[in-house]
Design a binder for this molecule. Structure first.
Ligand SMILES: *[C@@H]1O[C@H](CO)[C@@H](O)[C@H](O)[C@H]1NC(C)=O
Ligand SMILES: *[C@@H]1O[C@H](CO)[C@@H](O)[C@H](O)[C@H]1NC(C)=O
Ligand SMILES: *[C@@H]1O[C@H](CO)[C@@H](O)[C@H](O)[C@H]1NC(C)=O
Ligand SMILES: *[C@@H]1O[C@H](CO)[C@@H](O)[C@H](O)[C@H]1NC(C)=O
Length: 281
């Protein structure tokens, strides 16, 4: 695998702000700006997906300015200037994981910008890594090379699938079996077809937006609202002290428990935000 750094390393800042609410949907955690350094651990680990990346620890990331925070903004990004050797390790980047775990919850991710460009592979997801796949995995947003798959996906142990039809969601289901052992671990994914600004350059051109997840034992919902979308619920976008997801409208992706016992297929999960790289095509 060879990545010509001059063309593939184009990565712009990743800003994130998340507001986490508990099972009763009153605010339990609000992680903003410098608060990310307390709430998340920087993981200097080998990439489990064999992406071409070198994850650095927090001190290194700060010294290289791969992460930067103010009182209201948190930035994480990959090195986009070094010309790499084709035989050396991958590009310096960051991967952060929450110190807290979440079971049934709502999380809202306020993101003005995501990495874009050839080979970039950013992801916001939840999983129980030490107990994978038994603890479940929800990929809230994931995509490669500015394009596919801009989708939300569940990955689980066997005996968990989604109905083939009759699901009220804005996106389009791709596979319905969430079992990691089938379809090459494609999972049960929903493409966010309703909004072409949900990822990549389109997302960045409009100032990004908000992704939200609601996980209950009856369903897992994912929403996306563009910045400036008048229908975006103000309790979600303001990080209100209490929220009511029943007013949030049809989700982009909806994963019901019809043919999947969500309570047993999902354990307490960490939230992970990572930026890795893949081979350019
Ligand atoms: C990055 O995120 C994706 C999310 O789906 C995950 O599959 C992958 O393991 C993660 N890669 C790294 C490098 O952490
Ligand atoms: C680090 O990044 C921030 C945000 O992009 C920028 O404002 C700042 O000037 C950078 N610091 C250095 C030392 O380059
Ligand atoms: C998002 O996914 C849809 C469906 O696959 C695709 O048509 C669209 O181009 C994608 N948009 C972006 C920005 O990747
Ligand atoms: C599969 O899950 C259903 C509930 O969704 C449960 O009734 C059934 O016993 C499970 N089957 C196996 C083999 O675990």
């Amino acid at each position: 695998m060879k990545i010509p750094a001059a063309t593939c390393g184009l990565v712009l800042p990743f800003f994130a702000r998340s507001v986490l609410a508990g099972a009763t949907y009153s605010l339990s955690d609000s992680i903003v700006g410098e608060g990310f350094y307390n709430a998340f651990n920087f993981e200097a680990i080998p990439d489990p997906t064999n992406g071409r990346v070198n994850y650095v620890d927090q001190a290194t990331a700060q010294s290289l300015n791969l992460t930067y925070a103010t009182s209201n903004t948190f930035i994480m990004r990959a090195d986009d200037t070094t010309v790499l050797s084709s035989s050396g390790p991958g590009r310096n980047s960051v991967r952060i994981r929450t110190n807290n775990q979440y079971t049934t919850h709502v999380a809202v991710f306020d993101m003005p910008h995501m990495p874009q460009g050839c080979g970039t592979w950013p992801a916001v997801w939840e999983t129980a890594e030490s107990n994978w796949p038994d603890g479940g995995e929800v990929d809230i947003v994931e995509g490669v090379n500015n394009v596919e798959p801009n989708q939300s996906t569940l990955h689980t142990s066997p005996n968990c699938s989604m109905p083939a039809s009759g699901v009220t969601q804005l996106g389009t289901a791709v596979y319905t079996d969430c079992d990691t052992t089938v379809n090459g671990n494609a999972g049960c994914g929903v493409k966010l077809t309703e909004d072409y600004n949900s990822f990549g350059p389109g997302f960045n051109n409009i100032g990004g937006g908000w992704y939200a997840i609601e996980r209950t034992n009856n369903y897992i919902s994912i929403w996306f609202w563009e910045r400036g979308d008048a229908s975006a619920p103000s309790d979600a976008t303001s990080g209100a002290a209490t929220i009511d997801t029943s007013n949030w409208g049809t989700p982009a992706a909806y994963f019901p428990n019809t043919d999947c016992d969500l309570a047993t297929h999902f354990a307490a999960n960490d939230i992970i935000i990572n930026l890795t790289f893949c081979e350019c095509s």
